[in-house]
Design a binder for this molecule. Structure first.
Ligand SMILES: C[S@@+](CC[C@H](N)C(=O)[O-])C[C@H]1O[C@@H](n2cnc3c(N)ncnc32)[C@H](O)[C@@H]1O
Length: 329
């Protein structure tokens, strides 16, 4: 049947003229069917041919810009119900406002397309790692989506601000939880802090977990030891607001940091797990990042809708998304 998805007008504010292309590429990746933006009476919809199965409606519910679904019969739009998305209220991602925050809607797109490429068994709970997590936009989206979340962030103040916000939010929502910041020691020396949360979305539901370490992302495998992740999702520093830190110097672009970090992150993926990165292509060409993922043993998704995720953010940031999957053993 011919289906039309109406997207939230906010998508236009995030991607300006590129919203239709980006949100249709995301939907194509989530649904597995071709999607194209169309205009009906001056309003943009995403059009595709599919049966309205529960899987399709669940994919639409997750989509970063989804507003409403219609079937078109004889030129008339018939509204179809789509289930609500999320274990937790989405004000967990919308309330925090700070310089350097990754746009909430774009973060959801990045998480969605990375999760869509995961080939791990779906029976058990997945954990999403953001190895440069800032104040945790990806982590909050992962928990809302029903996954556990883990992070690494070099800026201790960001982790402290995240912890303060989460504690207030968890208390205000009256959710049964623990939320603790504690020192991390290795061989008797203090090497940073960790923030751990365990929270139940409702009284009898299974607990969701969050862990964040302060530290350099290049040490992520040391911080998390043998733990493996079904998805690793990160929005890299753009070399504008966040200079990439480490080794006692500030770097102009994230290229060196990404080149050094991709092999580390690749080693932290579970078999069938996926790594999704958004970055500023003005600091590192796509081919170089694709080569880094390939060298790390990942299969890069580099055709069809995967090549339609690049977009302009402003005059100094042209953002793209690359996703690679570790072959299942
Ligand atoms: C674009 S921001 C990500 C923002 C995050 N998605 C959010 O919404 O809060 C990039 C983050 O990478 C962090 N970062 C830069 N270099 C790092 C490093 N070597 N190790 C860990 N984190 C790093 C920065 O401090 C910054 O928080």
């Amino acid at each position: 049947m011919e289906l039309l998805a109406l997207t939230a007008p906010a998508a236009n504010r995030v991607y300006a003229a590129g919203a239709g292309v980006l949100t249709s590429a995301e939907l194509e990746i989530l649904s597995g069917v071709p999607v194209e933006p169309v205009h009906i009476a001056g309003v943009e919809y995403l059009a595709f041919d599919a049966d309205s199965t529960p899987e399709l409606r669940a994919a639409l519910a997750r989509h970063s810009a989804f507003l409403a679904l219609f079937a078109r019969h004889d030129g008339l739009l018939d509204p179809l119900e789509v289930p609500a998305h999320g274990l937790f209220d989405d004000d967990l991602v919308t309330i925090p406002k700070y310089s350097g925050k990754t746009n909430e809607q774009f973060t959801r797109l990045l998480l969605n397309v990375t999760l869509a490429a995961v080939e791990s068994p779906t029976g058990r709970r997945w954990t999403v790692l953001d190895p440069m997590c800032g104040r945790g936009t990806t982590l909050a989206h992962a928990l809302i989506g029903g996954h556990d979340a883990a992070g690494v962030e070099i800026d201790t103040k960001s982790v402290e601000a995240m912890a303060a916000f989460w504690r207030t939010w968890l208390r205000r929502k009256r959710l049964k939880h623990t939320a603790d910041v504690s020192p991390v020691r290795r061989e008797g020396k203090s090497i940073g802090k960790r923030f751990d949360v365990e929270v139940r979305p409702s009284k009898d539901a299974a607990a969701s977990h969050l862990t964040v370490f302060t530290g350099d992302t290049r040490q992520s495998a040391k911080l998390y030891g043998k733990r493996r992740f079904e998805a690793i999702v990160t929005d890299a520093p753009y070399g504008v607001i966040h200079g990439s830190q480490g080794r006692g110097r500030k770097q102009r672009t994230a290229a060196d940091l990404l080149t050094e970090s991709v092999p580390v992150w690749g080693s932290q993926l579970a078999p069938g797990g996926s790594l999704g990165i958004s970055w500023n292509t003005l600091g590192m060409p796509r081919e170089d990042l694709v080569a880094a993922l390939t060298d790390a043993g990942l299969h890069v998704h580099d055709d069809g809708p995967w090549r339609r995720l690049a977009h302009r953010v402003d005059s100094s940031i042209h953002r793209d998304v690359v996703v690679g999957t570790r072959p299942a053993d």
